[in-house]
Write a protein that binds this ligand. Structure first.
Ligand code: HEC
Length: 156
């Protein structure tokens, strides 16, 4: 009887957990997603950001974006110095109330897959950490706050 009650409680707990109750990590979740969808343009043939910026037009024409195929490089487009770049480019428009970011379409072959992969990225970045703010305010995008930075999870 006690055993039955306990397993019912366990099942109820499992069902009520959010989709990504299990910890989302770079190695387990994000690196494979990146390899599948992003690496062809952001891999080891791509320039690091500072290099990219020197010849942005040329690299873009060659379908090469900044290199992001490692944990520290990817983080540099989330936390600093390219604060919020991943969020601005991957968001589906819900966080902005506007158009999806221009890398959203690369998240998957159909909208179901794109939504699934966006949810995974968001869970990895952290609830409340997903915002489009920059390090320094620009136009109507505000500067990020310490409280917002504290919400970044980014587990390895
Ligand atoms: C077909 C090539 C291609 C694919 C695939 C691609 N990108 Fe890009 N990406 C680019 C190019 C080229 C740029 C630079 C031009 C621009 O800013 O749009 C860029 C820019 C970016 C930037 C802006 C970087 C910054 O700091 O300004 C981010 C972030 C980004 N991509 C993330 C991704 C992610 C994540 C994926 C996979 C889901 C992905 N991209 C897939 C070509 C690609």
């Amino acid at each position: 009887m006690l055993k039955n009650l306990m397993s019912a409680a366990v099942v109820a707990a499992l069902i009520s957990f959010p989709a990504y109750a299990q910890k989302v990590t770079y190695t387990k979740d994000i690196a494979p997603l990146f390899k599948e969808n992003c690496i062809e343009c952001h891999g080891d043939g791509a320039p690091i950001y500072k290099e990219f910026k020197k010849q942005e037009k040329k690299f873009t024409e060659e379908k090469l974006g900044p290199r992001m195929d490692s944990y520290p490089l990817l983080i540099s487009h989330i936390a600093w110095p390219e604060t919020g770049a991943i969020m601005r480019r991957l968001d589906d428009g819900k966080a902005t109330g506007g158009k999806p970011g221009n890398m959203y379409r690369h998240l998957g072959g159909d909208d179901q897959e794109r939504q699934k992969n966006l949810a995974l990225f968001k869970a990895w970045v952290g609830e409340g950490g997903w915002n489009l703010n920059r390090w320094k305010a620009r136009g109507n995008v505000p500067a990020i706050t310490k409280e917002q930075l504290d919400k970044l999870k980014l587990d390895y």
